[in-house]
Design a protein around this ligand. Structure first.
Ligand code: ADP
Ligand code: MG
Length: 246
């Protein structure tokens, strides 16, 4: 006859640490519910599975690099009427991630592009996906540094481990030739393999001037908008609204 401590130890050494830490309450619960043996066995595996999932989600949240917490629940669709709650909700079935589609929010400053990108990203994490948030500027710096060290491929491969890459504020600052080249390498690697959530203040027709070079702009834009859900946001800046209301 084994003691509960011995059984706990066995679970631990088999790396089922959630069951190991929770064996007593799981046993008492089974006794109280007069569970069948099968029900008890099921309650053990489910407990382990649920704990592992929530740990993984917690870890993905830490690795995502969101600068702020913005939830879709906080978003006011009465103020921002150029996108509907229904449209955002339908993105939250995450078919776009499974299909490796992109989501693009285009619009002037302050209309909620970054808020929606973060809110959607957080929901994707809750659904079990891995998401990485980067401003376009930070991403360019990361790629540039990797390129200088001869590790561009390695860095891109690291980024490909995420299901979704959020690129915030593409187009705010002009890019040099090497930057464009690096970005192209990344977008090309992601194309039809991973999803991008992109926010930008530039309409695609103006991307030539931002990239200085249509020869690079065209293939990049082509890959970004092929299989993509594009939302053109308009209206007033929410920042301005909060200022005026004060
Ligand atoms: P953008 O990225 O388009 O420049 P942001 O998403 O950064 O704009 O929005 C600016 C600020 O206003 C943020 O604090 C954001 O949370 C808030 N905001 C913007 N639109 C809305 C909205 N419709 N409802 C609630 N908050 C909003
Ligand atoms: Mg923004």
């Amino acid at each position: 006859m084994s003691s509960i401590d011995q059984v706990t130890q066995k679970f631990r050494s088999l790396r089922m640490s959630a069951i190991a830490e929770h064996l007593e309450p799981l046993l008492s619960q089974a006794e109280a519910n007069e569970s069948s043996y099968l029900q008890f066995a099921q309650s053990l595996v489910e407990y382990e599975e649920n704990q592992r999932n929530s740990k993984r989600i917690e870890q993905n949240r830490r690795r995502s690099g969101f600068p702020l917490h913005k939830s879709l629940e906080e978003f006011d669709y009465r103020f921002q009427t150029t996108i509907s709650k229904r449209e955002m909700n339908s993105l939250c079935d995450f078919n776009f991630i499974d299909n490796r589609d992109n989501v693009v929010f285009i619009g002037p400053p302050g209309v909620g592009k970054t808020h929606l990108a973060i809110g959607l990203g957080l929901k994707a994490i809750d659904a079990g996906y891995k998401v990485s948030f980067n401003t376009a500027l930070a991403l360019m710096e990361i790629l540039e540094l990797a390129e200088l060290k001869g590790e561009l491929k390695k860095k891109i491969n690291q980024l490909l481990k995420f299901d979704v890459l959020i690129i915030d504020e593409l187009g705010y600052l002009p890019m040099n030739k090497q930057g464009m080249h690096n970005l192209f390498q990344l977008i090309n690697a992601l194309y039809e393999y991973r999803s991008i959530i992109l926010t930008t203040n530039k309409e695609f027709t103006n991307w030539g001037e931002f990239f200085f070079d249509n020869n690079v702009a065209v293939p990049i834009v082509d890959r970004l908008i092929h299989h993509s859900h594009i939302f053109m946001l308009g209206g007033e800046s929410y920042r301005l609204k909060s200022k005026l209301n004060k």
